[in-house]
Design a protein around this ligand. Structure first.
Ligand code: ADP
Length: 475
């Protein structure tokens, strides 16, 4: 009876431990050891049972032999009752043992299944963390990096090894970030956000840094600090560009408006005494109103292209014919300044898939700038060139004008950029070349370029990809 109790205690303890190991494994701690312990335990308890039954059977054999030897004096019905009871008891034991063994086996199977699932889940999580473009760094309560994704490795230039966690200070060179992680752990702040700027490749890179402190469920102590760094450099540049744009627009609009207001007031106050002065004032108002109109038109066109809201009607056209028509439109303006325009004969197979009106506007803008910034008697050459190998056509407008100082050349396509040295030659908004760039590059996937030498002249040009049909017929 005592042995029986001992066996059940042993089995119960075995199951309990196996379950405990299961739970531990479920938590991701000692998974392999858990299976080994559970298996060994199951084997030990099973073996214990078998040994016990074996001993019982031995005893029974002895009783049976004794009964046999005393068969003469023990009544037969007594002997069979003893045997039946013993046999029933053994059958009971063996059934229970069987049930327990099956139970342990099932638990074992469930455990290894659970471990497989956990293993897969772990590698899944690793893949997900590594696929995040933001840098992710997790440090433990001792300030050691216990997890880092590929973006973090790239950003801080380390190789993360989960087997040997190293201190944050050793892995991350940025002291400001080290300090933030340390502070977040000490203050146990659930979420804290900061903006940090690091230097990468000689350029400042700004990050939106979010730190979260994960507390231990039982002790409530800071267990881990999760740090996520999101690169916001581009967003900041865009926000800055938007601010600059708005302040530029309001500044540019204010000037002609102020002028219109002033002259209109003088007219109302009767300050223009004679007809000539009145006409002069009216002309100023008209030209400033036109300038205002051009500004608004350009601003709207640029922002429509930038926001992708502009309606584009693309068809296949010969670029040389678009150039020829644009030259015709600008000719009289050039003649007024005694500037000659040299345009070559249209080339073959220069079919491009374009919005004709937009590309005409590009050519007219470049030609009118060439006329504006070329002194009287100068010369303009417009050229088209077909590059079969690259499948593109290049148009260049070369003038013998005032040119652009070297320090300004890279900026002439910026919004509202006007070359200080050239302001005296012509009025303008500083938006024309930006619009040209948007039409060529954003709308038509082409490229715009400029070369210039001050006091000698400039060449502005653009390339457009050939339409698919044209590209096939030249290849
Ligand atoms: P704007 O309305 O001022 O002409 P653009 O965007 O068309 O504005 O041109 C920007 C600046 O580039 C101009 O202010 C001018 O100084 C310079 N620029 C443009 N084209 C030429 C050119 N062909 N020769 C010399 N300078 C030019």
């Amino acid at each position: 009876m005592k042995r029986e109790t001992a066996i059940w205690i042993s089995l119960g303890a075995g199951n309990l431990l196996a379950s405990a190991v299961g739970v531990t494994a479920g938590l991701g701690v000692l998974p392999k050891q858990a299976v080994v312990i559970a298996t060994v335990l199951a084997l030990l308890t099973g073996t214990g049972f078998l040994l016990l039954i074996w001993r019982h059977l031995g005893k029974l054999r002895k009783i049976s032999q004794t009964l046999d030897s005393q068969a003469m004096i023990v009544p037969a019905d007594f002997r069979s009752t003893v045997l039946e009871e013993t046999a029933a008891s053994v059958r009971g034991y063996s059934l229970k043992v069987k049930e327990q063994v099956i139970c342990v086996q099932e638990e074992n199977q469930a455990l290894s299944l659970q471990l497989q699932v956990l293993g897969r889940r772990k590698s899944n999580i690793e893949e997900i963390i590594n696929s995040i473009r933001d840098a992710v760094v997790v440090s433990d309560d001792k300030g050691r990096v216990i997890l880092a994704n590929h973006s973090a490795e790239k950003l801080f230039g380390f190789k993360f090894d989960p087997q040997s966690p190293k201190p944050v200070a050793e892995m991350i060179g940025e002291e400001a970030l080290q300090l933030l992680i340390q502070r977040c752990r000490q203050s146990r702040t659930a979420h804290v956000r900061h903006e940090l700027t690091f230097e990468r490749g000689g350029e400042p890179v700004t990050f939106d840094v979010v730190l979260s402190c994960v507390l231990d469920d039982t002790s409530g102590e800071a267990a881990q600090v999760v740090t996520v760094l999101h690169d916001v450099t581009r967003e900041k540049e865009i926000a800055q560009a938007k601010n600059d744009f708005v302040s530029h627009v309001s500044h540019e609009l204010k000037t002609p408006l102020a002028s219109i207001n002033a002259y209109a007031e003088m007219l109302v106050d009767g300050e223009a005494e004679d007809e000539d002065t009145r006409n002069q004032f009216c002309e100023v108002i008209q030209s400033q109103a036109q300038r205002l109109g051009r500004l608004i038109e350009d601003i709207l066109n640029i922002s429509r292209i930038e926001s992708g809201l502009i309606k584009v009607h693309k068809e296949t056209h010969s670029l040389a014919l678009v150039v020829r028509d644009s030259v015709e439109m600008i000719k009289s303006y050039a003649q007024e300044k005694n500037i000659s325009i040299d345009a070559p004969a249209p080339i073959l197979y220069d079919q491009v898939y374009i919005d004709r009106d937009m590309v005409s506007q590009v050519v007219i803008n470049l030609l009118s700038n060439a006329v504006k910034y070329t002194p009287a008697g100068g010369h303009i050459t417009i050229n088209s060139e077909l590059n079969e190998a690259d499948g593109q056509v290049t148009v260049t407008v070369t003038d013998t004008g005032v040119g652009i100082p070297a320090e300004d050349v890279d900026h002439v396509f910026d919004k509202f950029y006007r070359v200080e040295a050239n302001n005296k030659y012509a009025k303008g908004t500083g938006l024309g070349l930006n619009l040209v760039k948007q039409i060529v590059e954003t709308v038509h996937s082409g490229a715009i370029f400029v070369t210039s030498v001050q006091n000698e002249g400039s060449t502005f040009g653009f390339t457009l990809p050939l339409s698919v049909d044209a590209a096939q017929s030249v290849s």
